[in-house]
Design a binder for this molecule. Structure first.
Ligand code: SF4
Ligand code: SF4
Length: 380
């Protein structure tokens, strides 16, 4: 099974998004020596293919020099792990030189936009939209592929039609993200979408997606359909991520995921010590997340969707309970809603094609909305 190492060159970020939980002003920037240690650490860590995602904060703050050394180091010295790369960035600091480097390594870039300029800047700060769009132009002219993550908040949900049309009309693919509460925030609930709102949003986007098939790509909907079809999780949220996902902070500290970076109580080890998997498994965070897994086994055991939901994201669950294990991912209701809907429609579609020609009710709107099987079978 492939594993995932998120590299967090810094938690610093030049933007100041209202609901951000992952940036930290004055965060140090990773030295290239930490990447050299990552290489030594992973040489004998596992045999399976690895994906490295540069995440932040804003990873481009590490600069061209850092990436021009880090990428060949990781790609050549760990060639036996067939490394793949990804990058998550607001693109503000993207230069043509950097874009060419990332394109050379075939790195898909995820960026963030919350919709049309006015709405985006209200949530992410004045001037954000223009700066990201300038970076997007640089990416485009240098053959760098960018897709966007759109964060829906308790505010922007009221403009979901405008947001969907914005992405559709501009030919931008998207992945949606419900605003999360933060473990570190003093007012963690302010922007958060309720599970019911999130469930309804997923169904709305499923409908729009089916109506505009071939014109836009909505990654989460693809993934949700695939989870139902294959009966197993296809993204980290719906698998037991512990043990297959790691994040490395600017100082080389190893965490279970980028969402925990910067919180000392979640440090499992340091790349400079080259810990084995067994050594990491003895750390308190690993054991704690193992407890979460056991909690899910017990508390979700009667759920139809347990195999491909696995209690959702542990970070989401812990963020809601001040770090205590006393509930699963609060989006549970949303997951159940969308899994149920996809299952219902897929069954209907399959039965529909089996009885084609026998059905006289040809006018119903739901009947004409086909394509869920196409999404289920869509190549990744
Ligand atoms: S904690 Fe959540 S975001 Fe992080 S790897 Fe696990 S499921 Fe994914
Ligand atoms: S949908 Fe809810 S109850 Fe079912 S496995 Fe996921 S979190 Fe657990």
């Amino acid at each position: 099974m492939a594993f995932h190492v998120m590299l967090i060159p810094t938690l610093g970020c030049p933007s100041n998004c209202s609901y951000c939980w992952s940036s930290k002003p004055d965060s140090p920037v990773m030295d290239i020596q930490i990447i050299e240690e990552v290489v030594k650490w992973l040489k004998k860590f596992r045999e399976e293919p690895v994906t490295f995602t540069f995440h932040g904060g804003e990873p481009l703050l590490a600069g061209y020099d850092f990436f021009s050394k880090a990428l060949p180091l990781l790609a050549k010295s760990l060639a036996h792990l067939k490394p793949a790369f990804a990058l998550q960035s607001n693109l503000w600091n993207l230069t043509p030189e950097m874009a060419r480097l990332f394109a050379e390594y075939g790195i898909p870039v995820g960026s963030s936009l919350d919709g049309p300029e006015e709405l985006n800047d209200l949530q992410r700060g004045k001037g954000y939209y223009q700066k990201t769009m300038e970076g997007f132009k640089i990416a485009n002219t240098n053959n760098l592929q960018v897709s966007f993550i759109c964060t829906f908040t308790s505010y922007s949900i009221n403009y979901k039609e405008d947001i969907f049309n914005f992405f559709l009309e501009n030919g931008l693919n998207l992945k949606l993200h419900p605003a999360l509460p933060s473990i570190r925030d003093e007012n963690p609930e302010k922007w958060v979408l309720s599970p019911e709102e999130y469930g309804e949003l997923l169904i709305y986007l499923l409908d729009e997606y089916l109506d505009h098939m071939g014109q836009i790509e909505i990654k989460n909907i693809d993934n949700l359909c695939k989870c139902v079809f294959t009966r197993r999780g296809t993204v980290c949220t719906f698998v037991d991520c512990m043990g297959d996902t790691f994040a490395v902070g600017p100082d080389g500290s190893i965490y279970p995921c980028y969402r925990f970076v910067g919180m000392p109580e979640w440090v499992m080890g340091n790349v400079c010590d080259h810990p084995t998997r067994e050594e990491l498994a003895k750390s308190a965070p690993w054991k704690y997340l193992q407890e979460f897994k056991e909690y899910v086994d017990e508390n979700c055991k009667r759920c139809t969707y347990i195999k491909f939901c696995r209690g959702g994201c542990p970070y989401n669950a812990l963020a809601r309970s001040d770090g205590k294990i006393n509930g699963v991912d609060p989006h549970c209701t949303a997951y159940k809603t969308i899994f149920k809907e996809i299952t219902k429609r897929a069954t209907k579609e399959m039965l529909g094609s089996a009885t084609m020609g026998l059905d006289t009710d040809s006018g119903s709107e739901e009947k004409s909305k086909k394509g869920i099987m196409t999404l289920m079978l869509k190549p990744s």
